[in-house]
Design a protein around this ligand. Structure first.
Ligand SMILES: NC(=O)c1ccc[n+]([C@@H]2O[C@H](COP(=O)([O-])OP(=O)(O)OC[C@H]3O[C@@H](n4cnc5c(N)ncnc54)[C@H](O)[C@@H]3O)[C@@H](O)[C@H]2O)c1
Length: 249
């Protein structure tokens, strides 16, 4: 029960890693605002929590606009009475030959996978400074090493790593920790629906695959909860690979 009395926001909580993370926080006593564009999925997450579902507050959230990010943090004030932990997990992947990314592909990827992380961190920081809280941002192994045919995804995830490190430095002495997690392949709808474009060079995509099996979303949640907990008091600015060795060499 490391999070008894703690107020947590998890974006992307209608599915996959975000859902597993929200359920893990609730199991350890937190009150969690769960936010996602997929409202039906949020209701499923609440149902999966069983009797602890009352600790979950679902809220529809489209990460693609700055104003939505600020409104989401306001909702944490209204519904949870403040914020101790911000987990930015919402995101999506997209694979194209470089020449085939349209302007809207690029803008949407930037908005959801990067700008929303920037804005929620900015909006939440005053609350986190009050509570001595912390942030865990979802990056990826694609934020640590390049991946062919995923230029826009890698660009956003690499930027999430550097955003997290920069905020960690700026706020360390003021008591707010900021970390990123960098999973490799995780068994979620995002991974199941992922497909490469036609005519790719197979050799270039080998490094996409971890050396051992995929992770389960609960295994990523375990790492997120550690980073968000008091056990990680001295951990800030890390980009923690959880990738079966994919980025080790
Ligand atoms: N699955 C993997 O292999 C893997 C590996 C590394 C990193 N990640 C990252 O983990 C995060 C979660 O992915 P997942 O694998 O659980 O996938 P998922 O598809 O199961 O979950 C992603 C969630 O984000 C939500 N989302 C997407 N766009 C949104 C928007 N505009 N506004 C609000 N919510 C939105 C979706 O509705 C969904 O519930 C993503 O940021 C992803 O990039 C996943």
């Amino acid at each position: 029960m490391r999070f008894e009395g703690k107020r947590v926001l998890v974006t992307g909580a209608a599915s996959g890693i975000g859902r597993a993370t929200a359920l893990a926080f609730v199991a350890e006593g937190a009150a969690v605002l769960i936010a996602d564009i997929n409202e039906a999925g949020l209701q499923e997450t609440v149902a999966m929590a069983g009797s602890a579902g009352e600790q979950l507050s679902p809220r529809r959230f489209d990460a693609n606009k700055r104003e939505n990010c600020f409104a989401l943090i306001d909702a944490c004030g209204d519904q949870l009475g403040g914020l101790d932990v911000l987990c930015n997990i919402a995101g999506f992947a997209q694979s194209r030959h470089f020449a085939d990314f349209s302007e809207s592909d690029w803008q949407n990827m930037l908005a959801v996978n990067l700008s929303a992380v920037f804005y929620t961190c900015q909006a939440a920081m005053p609350e986190l400074l009050k509570s001595g809280g912390n942030i865990v941002n979802m990056a990826s192994s694609a934020g640590l090493v390049g991946q062919a045919y995923q230029a826009s995804y890698c660009a956003t995830k690499g930027a999430v790593v550097m955003l997290s490190k920069s905020l960690a430095l700026e706020f360390a002495a003021r008591g707010v920790r900021v970390n990123a997690v960098c999973p490799g392949g995780v068994n979620t709808p995002l991974a199941h629906n992922f497909s490469l474009p036609d005519n790719v060079d197979g050799k270039l995509v080998e490094r996409l695959f971890p050396l051992i099996d995929s992770a389960e979303p609960e295994e990523i949640a375990t790492a997120i909860l550690y980073l968000a907990s008091a056990d990680a008091r001295f951990v800030t600015g890390t980009a923690f690979p959880i990738d079966g060795g994919q980025t080790a060499g």
